[in-house]
Design a protein around this ligand. Sequence first.
Ligand SMILES: [Zn+2]
Length: 223
Amino acid sequence: MGCPRKDKDPFAIFCLSTKGSSEIPEGTVMLIVLNDHAVVESELREGRLVCPHCNGELRPWGHARRRVLRTATNNEELRPRRARCSNCHMTSVLLADICLCRRVDEVAVIGRALLEKAAGAGHRTIAIRLGRPKETVRGWLRRFSSRVELIQEHFRLWAFALDPRLETITPQGSGFADTLEVIGLATRAASLLFGPRPVWSWASAMTGGALLSNTSSPFPTPR
Ligand SMILES: [Zn+2]
């Protein structure tokens, strides 16, 4: 499954990986959108967001349940927009790209943990630095490590697709660090092409919010 049509928002990317979640009703699709309420609202009203089920136009359809997002400095309450397809009438939840599906912590916080791990820190040290339980941090690192080849290959595809001048990727000494390098290259290219967004927001968008999900569903790939 690729990203939506090019005449639509190129990075409203969805994940179909939420089946079976205890928090999300079975079959609900999370659409990862820009973290800008006003932009998303106008995209919805103008029909520029694409239904992940049928490519129809999404329109405003109330809100999903409130949830808490733990950022680096505080807890924020989010109330994601819900949208309904004008064609097939199925609803989707629009999750801002600062989130990952089914994670309470902001993706930038998780990203910082990954970078610190690549720089040599252990999960206990990282947990103290980030003010998170060590079990939580260990869980992020383990999940990322267990999928590191898949994630690396995914962002490698994106990096070469978005930057035609990219020829080689310099090895960083470990699969973990190589993967962060290629995430950096792909997200920087995306910012240059589509407008700046934080690295980890791109990482969420480019994986449909499923960067740390244990899912067999494929990530959205470039086409
Ligand atoms: Zn539809």
